[in-house]
Design a protein around this ligand. Structure first.
Ligand SMILES: Cc1cc2nc3c(=O)[nH]c(=O)nc-3n(C[C@H](O)[C@H](O)[C@H](O)COP(=O)(O)OP(=O)(O)OC[C@H]3O[C@@H](n4cnc5c(N)ncnc54)[C@H](O)[C@@H]3O)c2cc1C
Length: 463
């Protein structure tokens, strides 16, 4: 073995795959009994249940490119139509205006006619058109930035649920520079965020792009499965499952890596693709300054509750791809994807598969048993969506203290960690805690980590 990769999630798998393709002998160590990390797809009684991600964005190309490279081009699927999404705010469902970008409208008509905002609130939003730029630099929260330009209603009812759902962090804590730097750039270039968003919408329509999200016919597990297949076929990667890396020390130009079972591994380079808290622990002895930067990246918790029902258990048949819940609603649910309507082939005919998120609005709920969490979600669904009777399938998947929070100052913490590791080019850190939580960003980081240690190995003439 030349390189040791810690963690068999999408980041570590991509790293190992990339190293194997370069012919570098690699060992991948994974603490659990399965590969894929947060990506987990299960087929149960005709339902395709995703416990982690269910899709990825296509405009950051790393995931799409990797899927094609692995021969999955034909399996890439787009969401079905219509792509209606609802927002639950002030006790009722309101349809999200069509043509919403990440947080701003890309089409004027649907935004003018939406009843999500009162005329006065729309007036406040439109003040963005005449507001001057704010030339101040330095990271701020996405919430503070948007509130200044567009007012509180848009933040609380639209941008907050949209971004908070993806990042598991309240919008007033979320880092503008780390999460949506394009908003600051839009202000710099166009002054008005609305004008910038409408212009980008026109450009997208000219290009004829559809939804920015895609998935795989067999679920996201198809991607990790294909990676594992390619790694196995390469013959260049030893995979050690149920093996926990517990310490990392320098040994000559390389490393001493201790596993929980007492085994000692002596790689020439190491890639830490474990979640932030585990990575911080492993850096403690070898690079304490990097460890403290990584430890300063907070991690939160979430649970995905997958519930299946017969269609006749709904008072009115569900419509659209799902809903997001604004902060302050008396509900446990943060949001819900109607997987069987959003993607083809996720549930047998006559049934509905829901994927419900819990943890941001009611973190206390995550302390309950699976049955208690399911009961809370059932109660919410009965109240607001008229769903009655017990689900025909229920699964709870928790990620406790594993969800990185990109709060204000995130990029400085990441830069601090990387600076502290500058003298150790044969040690790389990668994964959701650092430069993007989405699957494409994790893949890009896995590739970059492989490139960094390959270069370092070449530099010392090892290869
Ligand atoms: C519920 C949920 C929904 C999501 N939805 C989306 C989505 O729709 N689209 C999207 O793009 N992204 C989504 N994400 C984010 C994305 O799935 C993750 O950011 C990404 O999968 C993380 O990959 P990773 O390899 O960095 O980390 P992980 O998947 O966490 O993998 C890290 C691995 O390291 C192992 N490990 C930890 N410590 C050790 C140790 N000491 N020794 C050995 N192994 C160790 C762990 O067991 C794990 O397998 C979602 C995430 C969650 C949780």
């Amino acid at each position: 073995m030349t390189v040791l990769v810690v963690g068999g999630g999408i980041t570590g798998l991509t790293t190992a795959y990339t190293l194997a393709r370069s012919g570098i002998p690699t060992t991948l160590v994974e603490v659990s009994d399965r590969l894929g990390g947060k990506i987990r797809t299960e087929s149960v009684d005709g339902f395709l249940v995703e416990s982690g991600p269910d899709s990825f964005i296509s405009y950051r190309p790393a995931a799409l490119e990797l899927a094609r490279e692995l021969g999955l081009g034909d399996a890439i699927i787009a969401p079905t139509n219509p792509r209606t999404v609802w927002i639950r705010a002030r006790g009722r469902f309101v349809q999200m205006p069509e043509g919403m970008g990440l947080v701003l409208p890309t089409r004027l008509g649907p935004f003018i006619s939406t009843d999500m905002f009162s005329p006065l609130e729309k007036l406040r939003i439109s003040l963005d058109l005449i507001q001057p730029r704010d030339g101040r630099g330095g990271d701020v929260s996405v919430g503070a930035f948007l509130r200044r330009r567009l007012g509180g209603a848009l933040v609380d009812r639209l941008a907050g649920p949209l971004l908070g759902g993806v990042y598991g962090t309240p919008i007033d804590e979320l880092s503008l520079d780390a999460v949506v730097p394009q908003l600051r750039e839009a202000e710099r270039l166009h002054r008005s965020l609305l004008l910038a968003s409408l212009a980008s919408g026109r450009a997208v329509r000219v290009r004829g792009s559809g939804s920015p999200f895609v998935s795989l016919a067999g679920g996201m597990g198809q991607l990790t499965g294909a990676l594992v297949g390619a790694i196995t076929r390469s013959g260049g990667v030893e995979v050690r499952m149920k093996s926990k890396v517990v310490s990392l020390e320098r040994h000559g130009g390389g490393f001493d890596v201790r596993l929980a079972n007492g085994d000692l591994l002596r790689p020439e380079a190491v890639v830490l693709a474990s979640p932030g808290p585990a990575t911080a622990g492993l850096l403690e002895t070898i690079a304490p300054a990097a460890a403290s930067c990584v430890r300063a990246i907070a991690h939160g918790s979430t649970a995905v509750v997958s519930l299946a029902y017969r269609l006749d258990q709904f008072t009115t048949p569900p419509v659209g791809h799902g809903f997001l819940v604004a902060a302050g609603e008396p509900l446990v649910i943060d949001g819900c994807t109607i997987s069987s309507l959003k993607w083809a082939g996720r549930a047998p005919d006559g049934s509905v598969l829901l994927r419900v998120f819990v943890g941001s609005h009611s973190p206390g709920a995550l302390a309950g048993s699976d049955a208690e969490i399911v009961a809370l979600v059932e109660h919410d669904l009965a109240q607001m969506a008229g769903v009655h009777g017990a689900p025909i399938l229920a699964r709870v998947a928790r990620s406790i203290d594993q969800m990185p929070k990109y709060t204000v100052g995130h990029l400085e913490r990441v830069a601090g960690a990387n600076e502290a590791l500058a003298g150790l080019p044969n040690l790389a850190i990668a994964g959701a805690a650092f430069r993007g939580v989405g699957v494409p960003d994790c893949i890009a980081q896995g590739r970059a980590a492989a490139a960094r240690v390959s270069e370092a190995l070449q530099g010392v003439g090892v290869r």
